[in-house]
Design a protein around this ligand. Sequence first.
Ligand code: NA7
Length: 286
Amino acid sequence: MASIGFLGLGIMGKAMAANLVKAGFDVTVWNRNSAKCAELVALGARQGTTPKDVAASCDITFAMVSDPEAALALCQGPNGVMAGMGAGRGYVDMSTVDDNTSKTIAGLITQVGGRFLEAPVSGTKKPAEDGTLIILAAGDQSLYDDVKPAFEVMGKMSPYLGDVGQGANMKLVVNMMMGGMLSIFSEGMSLGQKAGLDGQQILDIVDAGAMANPMFKGKGAMLLNENYTTSFPLKHMQKDLRLAVALGDQLEQPLPTAAIANEAFKQAIKAGFAEEDIAAVYKVIK
Ligand code: NA7
């Protein structure tokens, strides 16, 4: 791959772009708050001035921003990606958005001759740092083939899921399950401790059985230590639950458990925990 652009250096984007630089790719970065570019520039990346400038100077541009509004904002306007996209260039949006937003972005990019791939990821800060994300790609297959070497640096698995929208849908399904699991897990941990059980013993027993999973283990330790250092911002999980519930409405699929989990995360945002880790949902449940 000749040159790569990377837009959005939040928790995830910073780690992913750093891995690309370290693997020897020629990377140009941009972030709305430009101070976040310094660390990447110190590693060897170039710094772009606008999304337009990055898209115009790189063969393939990746984006990793917070939500549908941010993903759209990045593309539009006089300094947006669309203004810099030329024929044959590629745009890979790795942000978690809904399928309709992804299709809108695909339309904007292809309208100016570009190729589009959506590629939201499953995995938070640590897998992003370790290059072990699960990348859920869908869209232009030639672009998928072209970016495979970069996906191999950022992730451990990058299945191709078909038309634009299916990557977004897969991501929402996976995170909806995660949000639901985390809220029932928080209820169980809280109930158990109120009944006089030892929290660590609950974790050990769950971990020894069929329900063992890395999330319960990792988030469980955070609950017991009351450490909510952010790997996955709680506000983003609520966004994913909100988008999953909306998809359920659209497809007439009842989602009673997800809808309740969404309410718990909304409550946590209202209580001031939006920027803390998803584990902080426990604080409104306990
Ligand atoms: P963070 O750490 O909250 O980072 C969000 C990034 O999105 C950060 O670079 C922001 O720039 C950027 N952002 C937010 N709004 C905009 C607008 N309007 N325009 C341009 N850039 C914007 O999120 P994560 O890295 O944890 O997550 C990223 C995605 O992966 C998200 O979809 C998750 O659900 C999964 P800033 O630094 O604030 O200037």
